[in-house]
Write a protein that binds this ligand. Structure first.
Ligand code: MLT
Length: 401
């Protein structure tokens, strides 16, 4: 009999968004007459089609695969040079230096933030904000690793800061934060970088929502902060930036400057370890997707993405306006596609989830799914269509005086 990884006993039976989908299905089966009117503002999945640049590039790349002269089989596990360079140039246009050689192409920030746990031993002190994207907690729990939580609350604007009494080895940060939409400023990120350097810690920085930052003084990459290249790995993705949730493309920066001394005295480079891991376990993102991603990173490609982002941010405005009218306090929606608010009438988040589904046929995400500090909070996404978002908020408005 195989001995199983019993750490799986310590994770919830299903992943947060799978659980939401399950509950919505149960509701649909019980109320077939209401199924068609359900509006989904739960999982952050995009609704705008791919941009013109991306679609054009996909067609071109598919045609290349149809001719023996241009056909591509296995590609480099790290990603094609042309797209790694395009990603680095994208950073450069934002005034941030990233070496194309440190850019690793993958199929999602979810996969990479989960897979990177393999590079670290079990007995690390791992700091994770609460509330936060559940993948960090689930993947470390599956590995049997112990997590120390840092509270994100209204008191600290949902932006936990370093605590010198805790000596962490690995720190997860997500900014703009999923789910709260709160975003660290430069001084705050600098405090984290200084803390990491002082404690010889690594920051795992998830910047999947950077393209939604509208306040120009806010950093869109941790590498905008001096010293970050010595202590931070950055995960980013085109899922939300370019609507690639179904197309799948992400990029992880593991700077060659990050290295630590092993117990035998040998220096170990995190970049080399990640390279080794990816070359063994990953055969790369499909060529046609990488080709399209390179076009997305171009100036014209990014201009088109910004048009879609403005579309979504108009939804954020509509959601925020309704909450304001109902005197419900919230964060997010300015530098993030997510809006995070306190459940009305003292409800807990799963209770509010059911209430909203039953009474307005609107699906959101219960804050408890992001950590204990989310117990009384709720997240709505602005990734719906204008029509459905407006309709959802009209229904929402009628429920509360
Ligand atoms: C979310 O809704 O939090 C995200 O869409 C989930 C993800 O990116 O995996």
């Amino acid at each position: 009999m195989p001995k199983l990884n019993e750490n799986y006993l310590n994770v919830q039976d299903s992943y947060l968004f799978a659980e939401i989908a399950r509950r919505v299905k149960v509701y649909e089966e019980a109320h077939p007459d209401k199924a068609a009117s359900i509006i989904r503002l739960g999982i952050g999945d995009v609704t705008r089609p791919l941009t013109k640049s991306a679609i054009g590039a996909l067609h071109e790349a598919v045609d290349e695969q149809a001719a023996a002269e241009t056909f591509k089989g296995y590609g480099p596990e790290q990603g094609y040079e042309f797209v790694r360079r395009a990603a680095a140039e994208h950073y450069a246009r934002a005034g941030v230096t990233v070496d194309a050689d440190d850019v690793f192409i993958s199929d999602g920030a979810k996969s990479d933030t989960g897979n990177i746990t393999e590079l670290f031993a079990k007995d690390n002190v791992i700091l994770v904000p609460d509330p936060v994207y559940p993948v960090y907690v689930d993947t470390n729990t599956m590995d049997g690793k112990q997590i120390v939580y840092m509270n994100g609350t209204e008191e600290n604007d949902f932006l936990p800061m370093p605590d010198d009494s805790v000596k962490a080895d690995i720190i997860y940060l997500c900014s703009p934060n999923n789910p709260t939409g709160a975003c660290y400023n430069r001084e705050q990120l600098k405090a984290w970088v200084d803390y990491a350097l002082k404690n010889e810690a690594v920051i795992l920085f998830d910047s999947a929502y950077e393209a939604f930052i509208s306040e120009p003084e806010l950093p869109r990459s941790i590498y905008a902060v001096e010293g970050a290249e010595k202590c931070a790995v950055e995960f980013c993705s085109l899922s939300k930036t370019a609507g690639f949730t179904g197309t799948r493309f992400s990029y992880t920066i593991v700077p060659k400057e990050i290295a630590f001394t092993a117990s035998n005295g040998q220096r170990m480079s995190l970049r080399d370890m990640w390279n080794r891991r990816q070359s063994t376990k990953f055969n790369g993102t499909p060529y046609i997707i990488q080709y399209a991603a390179a076009k997305v990173f171009s100036e014209e490609g990014m201009k088109e993405c910004r048009e879609n982002i403005s579309y979504y941010m108009e939804n954020a405005r509509v959601i925020a306006e309704t909450l304001r009218r109902k005197n419900i306090s919230f964060t997010g929606g300015v530098n993030s596609p997510y809006i995070w608010f306190k459940c009305p009438d003292g409800m807990e988040s799963w209770e509010f989830f059911d209430y909203l589904l039953e009474n307005a046929q609107v699906v959101g995400t219960p804050g408890a799914g992001f950590g204990v500090n989310g117990k009384n909070y709720f997240r709505l996404t602005s990734f719906g269509t204008h029509e459905k978002t407006k309709e959802a908020m009209e229904r929402f408005g009628k429920l509360f005086s």
